[in-house]
Design a protein around this ligand. Structure first.
Ligand code: GTP
Ligand code: MG
Length: 171
């Protein structure tokens, strides 16, 4: 068959938001992780969608590793930003990190697509994706294409809708 177009995406968001679990869902069965632990530094993962071959930089969201994010902005074609929609206390921290990355010199003037997952929608206290986008200030994000999906990375619910959108943006 025809070789799929290769794209680099960064998977960002606070620690414990579910980034590694999201990416694990898309990996082929033989390479899936059975027990997911907090990411140290970052991992590079590969998966495919209908028309693209993704290389995903699954970054650690822990404070002490967040300074690594910017080192890969230059090469990235798209961003997957995972939000724990049940962690209302830290939503403001997630918003601060998002604002920092959007203002970064390597990203500021590029129309790269940003896919948000309002993850952990299964948790009883989770806020809706609409509330999540409001708390994250997404109504002010007008210079980049963006999309938000409610997701449950444990079951996969919502994940394909998100990656289909990203694929459309990058193909
Ligand atoms: P760091 O690597 O530390 O930045 O964290 P991460 O964002 O990669 O989170 P990870 O995928 O390791 O998931 C953290 C915890 O949340 C794990 O216990 C997951 O099983 C759990 N988790 C991930 N997604 C969901 C979800 O949609 N719902 C629920 N209930 N738990 C989830
Ligand atoms: Mg991780």
């Amino acid at each position: 068959g025809v070789r799929k177009k290769e794209v680099n995406v960064m998977v960002l968001g606070l620690d414990n938001s579910g980034k590694t679990t999201v990416i694990n869902h898309f990996k082929p069965p033989e390479t899936k992780n059975h027990d997911i632990v907090p990411t140290v530094g970052f991992n590079v993962e590969k998966f495919k969608s209908k028309s693209l071959a993704f290389t995903a930089f699954d970054m650690s969201g822990q404070g002490r590793y967040r300074n690594l994010w910017e080192q890969y902005y230059k090469e990235c074609d798209g961003i997957i930003f995972v939000i724990d929609s049940s962690d209302k206390l830290r939503m403001v921290v997630a918003k601060d990190e998002l604002d920092l990355l959007l203002q970064h010199s390597e990203l500021k003037n590029r129309r790269i697509p940003v896919l948000f997952f309002a993850n952990k929608m299964d948790v009883r206290d989770a806020v809706t994706s609409v509330k999540c986008s409001h708390l994250m200030g997404l109504e002010n994000l007008s210079d980049k294409p963006w999309h938000i999906c409610a997701s449950n990375a444990l079951t996969g619910e919502g994940l394909h809708e998100g990656v289909d959108w990203l694929t459309d943006q990058l193909k």
